[in-house]
Ligand binder design. Structure first.
Ligand code: ATP
Ligand code: MG
Length: 434
């Protein structure tokens, strides 16, 4: 694909897009910039999503005004970023990001400080023209500019055609573009799932081969990306695609190894169930926490290691703690999961053995544990997949419905004698440790 000199222009009417759907704050920003003599457009994900009838997460503006010029025009403006400065324009809690057009980075040569030796771009901070700004973006459907004053969409890259054909196409030579920024491999999967598009063949072809490049991405950036990958209503498709394109292994190597080695489909089914639950909660506008999903993604390595080391510890809880330490330490080398997330993850794991104790006051106290609810949900997930006896799960479901006096009765040792032995046995269909 080569740069078109003249862009195609489409009216909003032709595209079936009503101007009422544009964010009024974003439009007011472009109005002000244009009045001041600059070019200014709505750009990127918001244009793409509007064209699909979706509700954009955020509205971004792109302009030829430089950050200081933007700041001079808006009182409610803060400049952020060091290498590439961006303007954030605040409307209460609502923020519109305004970026100056970026140009192509300097051509690679051996003295080029902008590129890493494997082609990765380290800096991307040169101002450019509208056309250059379009070509440095990732997918054609992400490079459409909406001119709110003239009610048109400007397309340098064939994005409208691809949009209409529902094709996700990386601009330029895909191998070069993935090498410049391997996170584009993850973005490809995320957008394919979100938009329900097909990959252009050239965009898809190098993905598996280039997947190992993700190992070089800073772990903090990967944390942000995996949240975007999994905390959405297409989490399950994303997960399947990540595995299909060998992208899951560089992100969660311990989990991928366990899934490959597994002698039953239980570990996979548990993860997929958790993804489904996340999707359902999001569709019902319920709260979701990343730690729960991450706890399920890393559970199989923790469970296996716990079983392997069980004989060296005095209790299951100690064995789980030790396994969790090892698994988390490995994982944060790859993805910088912050401590505020790893702490509750570990708690949910470490509380699992307590569900097997159904007698005494400690068991009653467990019901009031701040992490009880999450640990209980996690245990239910395990029970659904044969890792915990369903009778135990039912017992904990039932006790929560009772008044305190009845709960006390339920946890009396005499209520329980006949069952105690059974609880020590693992559930039948838990796969053996290999
Ligand atoms: P969403 O916000 O729904 O996840 P988006 O397309 O808005 O999708 P952002 O990450 O907000 O994604 O990025 C905004 C725009 O910036 C994109 O549409 C794309 O044009 C450009 N962009 C973002 N990341 C990259 C990248 N890694 N390489 C090239 N262009 C990018
Ligand atoms: Mg966005």
């Amino acid at each position: 694909m080569s740069a078109q000199k003249k862009p195609k222009k489409y009216t909003l009417r032709e595209l079936g897009l009503s101007a009422d759907r544009l964010d009024r704050h974003a439009v007011s920003i472009t109005d002000r910039l244009v009045e001041a003599g600059f070019q200014a457009y709505l750009v990127g994900g918001c244009v793409r999503d509007l064209l699909l009838g979706m509700h954009p997460k955020d509205f971004d503006v792109s302009t030829n005004a430089e950050p200081d010029e933007i700041q001079a025009l808006f009182k409610n403006c803060r400049l952020i970023g060091r290498r590439f400065r961006l303007a954030h324009i605040h409307f209460g809690r609502h923020i519109i990001e305004v970026a100056t057009f970026r140009g192509p980075h300097v051509k690679h040569d051996k003295n080029d400080s902008h590129a890493h030796k494997d082609g990765r771009l380290l800096r991307d901070n040169v101002y450019g023209t509208l056309e250059e700004d379009a070509w440095r973006r990732d997918f054609t459907v992400n490079a459409l500019y909406l001119d709110a004053q003239n009610k048109t969409v400007i397309d340098y890259v064939g994005g409208i055609d691809d949009h209409q054909q529902r094709v996700l196409r990386l601009m330029g030579d895909p191998v070069t573009r993935y090498k410049e920024d391997p996170v584009r491999l993850l973005r490809a999967v995320r957008f394919k799932a979100k938009l329900n598009f097909q990959f252009d063949a050239e965009t898809e072809a190098p993905m598996n081969d280039l997947a190992p490049l993700l190992k070089d991405i800073p772990s903090a950036r990967l944390y942000d990306e995996i949240l975007k990958l999994f905390l959405n209503t297409k989490a399950n498709d994303v997960f399947d695609m990540l595995r299909q394109y060998d992208l899951f292994d560089p992100l969660f190597p311990q989990t991928e190894l366990c899934l490959k080695k597994a002698s039953s489909d239980m570990p996979l089914a548990l993860i997929k169930q958790a993804m489904e639950n996340t999707e359902a909660r999001l569709k019902n506008h319920q709260h979701i926490t990343p730690y729960f999903l991450l706890a399920t993604l890393l559970w199989e390595p923790v469970r296996r290691l716990t079983q392997q080391n069980r004989h060296t510890f005095n209790s299951d809880t100690q064995a789980i703690h030790a396994a969790a330490n090892e698994v988390v330490a490995h994982q944060i080398g790859r993805i910088a999961i912050p401590r505020r997330i790893t702490t509750p993850m570990r708690e949910v794991w470490a509380l699992q053995p307590r569900f097997h104790k159904q007698v005494g006051v400690r068991c009653l106290r467990f019901l009031d544990h701040p992490r009880f609810r999450a640990a209980y949900d996690f245990m239910l997930l395990r029970a659904q997949h044969g890792e915990v006896d369903v009778k135990i799960a039912d017992w904990w479901t039932h006790i929560q419905t009772l008044a305190p006096a009845e709960q006390k009765l339920m946890t009396r040792p005499s209520q329980f004698k006949h069952k105690r032995k059974a609880h020590k046995k693992p559930a039948k269909n838990v796969p053996p440790v290999e």
